[in-house]
Design a protein around this ligand. Structure first.
Ligand code: ASP
Ligand code: MG
Length: 421
């Protein structure tokens, strides 16, 4: 008997009708002879609506209360799914994150899972029940505080439970058929991928692919939990994410796809003295303010005045805070100026096949040149090339790279109207 963890995204639970459809799928999985643990996101846009409400009663809601509020979203969908399963003649029991033993840090709004002790879930499984666990939430052991895991955190709940219960697979079910070579809304001939290594999925998630939350992929890799991204509605097997890229034979290593990201801004600090400690000063201030840095670029020092420029990207919503902090520091540090640009976008090409193909960076640059697109920043890893370009150029660049590296297929991709969650 296999143990399957199935996670359903909010759009698959949007209405009573969809909840009944999901319940049918869960019961079918159980009746096929599997043990089933289900993790639900909140129905549709519930989390956004709750956030809105909170801000209407208090523009700066206390973090603890906000988490209490937001966890309600997953408890609603959870219990409704359990009820729908009962109506189909199967037995189900719902659990809050805390009841399921999801133990986290006490960082409200963005807690990390530190342990999972799913004793109650295990017992209910042994009694033949389908277990329904509320995603995106946990509890801090020391203080008993209820926490949430950050937006999209139900993916992480599902993977963490799958790891703790030693599940055979963790299925992430949403309104897309799997992981595609590019966003099908941008690239009409994008193809669904059959299989990806953890490293490739990590790079895609870190480069803007929204199909899985980055942290859930990190967790899956660390605990070696195979993931299957698939549609809640069809029987398509979707995309399997498993194994290390080191295990892929060279001749089978290919390029996985093009990811795009329009969520970052670029900040440049001009005229930084080229002496030890300047970058440390700069990035320490940002770290203390919990601003996550993505790409970093430092120019070579100018010969005339021995200064350099340091440019980095960070989430757009944090950029004005970053500029404020660095502008404060500017006087004391003797830097020239702090500049800010939120009209940027990133395109990334990802794939294990890159390791064995020389010239990928050249072809990448040529594809952008042929569209007259200027590259503003450039970074590479072993299996990824990323360029920062104008935001307005991102869609054209994505199509150009996708075509240049022949990632398309003959079939047009299925595009659902949904959100991909
Ligand atoms: N409901 C939460 C959100 O919308 C968590 C999730 O969907 O995974 O971010
Ligand atoms: Mg959601």
């Amino acid at each position: 008997m296999a143990l399957i963890v199935q996670k359903f995204g909010g759009s698959s639970l949007e209405s009573a009708e969809r909840i009944r459809a999901v319940a049918e799928r869960i019961v079918a999985t159980k009746r096929a002879g599997n043990d089933v643990v289900v993790v639900c996101s909140a129905m549709g846009d519930t989390t956004d609506e709750l956030l809105d409400l909170a801000h209407q009663v208090n523009p700066v809601p206390p973090a603890r209360e906000l988490d209490m509020l937001l966890t309600a979203g997953e408890r609603i969908s959870n219990s409704l799914v359990a009820m729908a399963i009962h109506s189909l003649g199967a037995e189900a029991q719902s659990f809050t994150g805390s009841q399921a033993g999801v133990i986290t840090t006490e960082r409200w709004g963005n807690a990390r899972i530190v342990d999972v002790t799913p004793g109650r879930v295990r017992n209910a499984l042994d009694e033949g029940k389908i277990c329904i666990v509320a995603g995106f939430q946990g509890v801090n052991r020391e203080t008993g505080s209820i926490t949430t895991l950050g937006r999209g955190g139900s993916d992480t709940t599902a993977v963490a439970l799958a790891a703790a219960l030693d599940a055979d697979v963790c299925e992430i079910c949403s309104d897309v058929d799997g992981v595609y070579t590019a966003d099908p809304r941008i690239v009409p001939d994008a193809q669904k991928l059959e299989k990806l290594s953890f490293e490739e999925m990590l790079e895609l998630a870190a480069s803007g692919s929204k199909i899985l939350v980055l942290r859930s992929v990190e967790y899956a890799r660390a605990f070696n939990v195979p993931l299957r991204v698939r549609s809640s509605y069809s029987n398509d097997p979707g995309t399997l994410i498993a194994g290390s890229m080191e295990e892929i034979p060279v001749e089978e290593a290919v390029l996985a796809g093009v990811a795009t990201d329009k969520s970052e801004a670029k900040v440049a600090v001009i005229g930084v003295h080229d002496t030890p400690g300047e970058a440390a000063k700069l990035f320490r201030v940002l770290a203390d303010a919990e601003i996550n840095i993505d790409m970093v670029l430092q120019n070579i020092s100018s010969v005339t005045d021995n200064t350099t420029d340091i440019t980095f990207t960070c989430p757009r919503e944090d950029a004005s805070r970053a500029v404020e902090l660095l502008t404060k520091l500017k006087e004391e540090a003797g830097w020239e100026s702090v500049r800010f640009d939120d009209q940027i976008g990133k395109v990334s090409l990802v794939g294990a096949g890159m390791k064995s193909h020389p010239g990928v960076t050249a072809e990448f640059s040529e594809a952008l040149r042929d569209e007259n697109i200027n590259i503003e920043m450039f970074t590479t890893s072993e299996i990824r090339i990323t360029a920062v370009i104008r935001e307005a150029d991102v869609d054209v660049a994505t199509r150009a790279l996708h075509a240049r590296f022949q990632l398309g297929g003959d079939e047009a991709a299925t595009v659902y109207a949904g959100t991909g969650r």
